[in-house]
Design a protein around this ligand. Sequence first.
Ligand code: MN
Length: 257
Amino acid sequence: MALEKYREKRDFTKTPEPTGGSQRRKQESGPLFFCVQKHLASHLHYDLRLEHDGVLLSWAVPKGPSLDPTVKRLAMHVEDHPLEYGEFEGVIPEGYGAGVVMLWDRGTWLPEVPDVGEALRKGDLKFTLDGYKLKGSWVLVRTRGYGGRGGSRAEGGDGRSWLLIKHRDEWSGALDITEFAPRSVKSDEDLEGILAADTPALWESGRPGGRIGVALAPVIERAATRRKAANAQAAKSKAAPRQTAKKPPAKGRVKHR
Ligand code: MN
């Protein structure tokens, strides 16, 4: 099983992410699952995941996918994830990947090569996506990349740097898909909505520090404001449905400072 790295990086007593323990059986035929998770951690990025051999092959794409065939997006090959991860959306309160995860797109994918394992070794994987947002033909191609740290192991790189490129077809174009369709395909929420739905106490007691804290601060702020407003609204309609606005709105239970 290829999930050792995935499990090594995580403390499952502290993260709501799936352990991958209840592995679904590998499908012998039928469509393969894919998803893209929008992940606000120390930096916002998009995690592309393709089902293969019972796990999700994963690439972190800092700028997200582009529908423009002339745009090459850096995609860092990261550790395999369990299949269950494909439905995950929520808040990782601390540790590896701490931040907010949104299920940004999902659907099925089809390799355009006879042997995915061989394509991975060669560093050239062509495939078709059929998601809500991403469709048509794409390629992931390994690159020497970035300060000599990319490239295949044989070339002396660490083999992690790939490029994600849209092929020209009826689904390619100039539309900025991450701007045009920014919300979750699971909850229809944005990042602060997902955060606001999570246990707010967690965010009061243990706000992440450092770079992650800085990246998350505005989202936490907006989530707390939204939560406050929702609580006030709930308290108002519960307390006195027939009274008009004489009383000041009830204070939300959530303090965000
Ligand atoms: Mn990520």
